[in-house]
Write a protein that binds this ligand. Structure first.
Ligand SMILES: Cc1cc2nc3c(=O)[nH]c(=O)nc-3n(C[C@H](O)[C@H](O)[C@H](O)COP(=O)(O)O)c2cc1C
Length: 227
């Protein structure tokens, strides 16, 4: 598969089959993903790859905590100014539509929220974490390790495509980072940035038909010196 095909095919998967992902494939993906660039080659990323009973245990605890306030190490945006709010709402509406969930159906919406916390039943998750000392510096933030994690995360998701795997980057996977630190033995000195759910897509679930929109290039680009 070439890079164009991988980019075209990758999309967020929100329903997975239970089939396990072979560890060898995950290793190949991660080895290659490490070729991502980073600030002065600092390579700030570390990974925890979780499957099987450990993952079931984590899903369980996340669902039990579902009523508690989210407390991700890297905070969510406090607000979504336009045009971002509209884009976010369009996505949310489409996902619910494909799942056949009415806006006013609180029970089903809650079920869907829990599905997110359960990583959409993916059989595997890759957590990406960084050292606290590289992000929290004095009373300021060095955001570059987060940026670098984004680069390695995209590598992982594109490479997974080549193996017929589906992925979704998920803040929902890391909203209770203390649970992850405890269950996985990750020290307090680490900040958990993101989870990527990985598995074989359930092609029968209509939610996986979603093709998210993109702003036309002309709306987001200005060209200089091309006469
Ligand atoms: C940092 C990050 C966090 C995300 N967190 C979630 C999440 O918690 N739940 C979810 O359903 N999708 C999540 N997504 C997926 C986005 O909604 C998705 O990438 C976006 O809508 C574009 O769609 P596409 O990935 O199918 O191209 C996240 C994506 C990123 C990059």
């Amino acid at each position: 598969m070439d890079i164009v095909e991988a980019i075209q095919q990758r999309k967020s998967i929100r329903a997975f089959r239970p089939d396990p992902v072979p560890q060898e494939i995950l290793k190949e993906i991660l080895e290659l993903a490490l070729r991502a660039p980073s600030w002065a080659n600092t390579q700030p990323w570390e990974f925890a790859i979780v499957a099987g009973e450990k993952l079931e245990e984590m899903r369980q605890v996340f669902v039990e905590k579902a009523e508690e306030e989210h407390n991700p190490d890297i905070p969510r945006p406090r607000e979504f100014p336009e045009p971002y709010d509209t884009r976010r709402r369009v996505l949310g509406r489409k996902v619910l539509e494909l799942k056949g969930i009415q806006r006013e159906d609180k029970e089903k919406r809650r079920w869907w929220l829990l599905q997110g916390l359960r990583l959409f039943e993916a059989p595997c998750v890759i957590y990406i974490y960084i050292d606290r000392s590289f992000y929290l510096q004095g009373d300021g933030l060095n955001i570059w390790p987060i940026f670098d994690c984004g680069l390695v995360a995209e590598n992982i998701m594109l490479l997974a495509t080549k193996y017929g795997l589906g992925t979704i980057a998920q803040i929902q996977a890391v909203v209770y980072p203390d649970v992850l630190r405890k269950l996985l033995g990750i020290p307090d000195s680490k900040l958990i940035v993101l989870g990527i759910a990985v598995g074989y897509p359930d092609r029968d679930d209509p939610v996986n038909q979603l093709r998210s929109e993109r702003e036309p290039l002309d709306n987001v680009s200005t060209w200089y010196g091309f006469d």
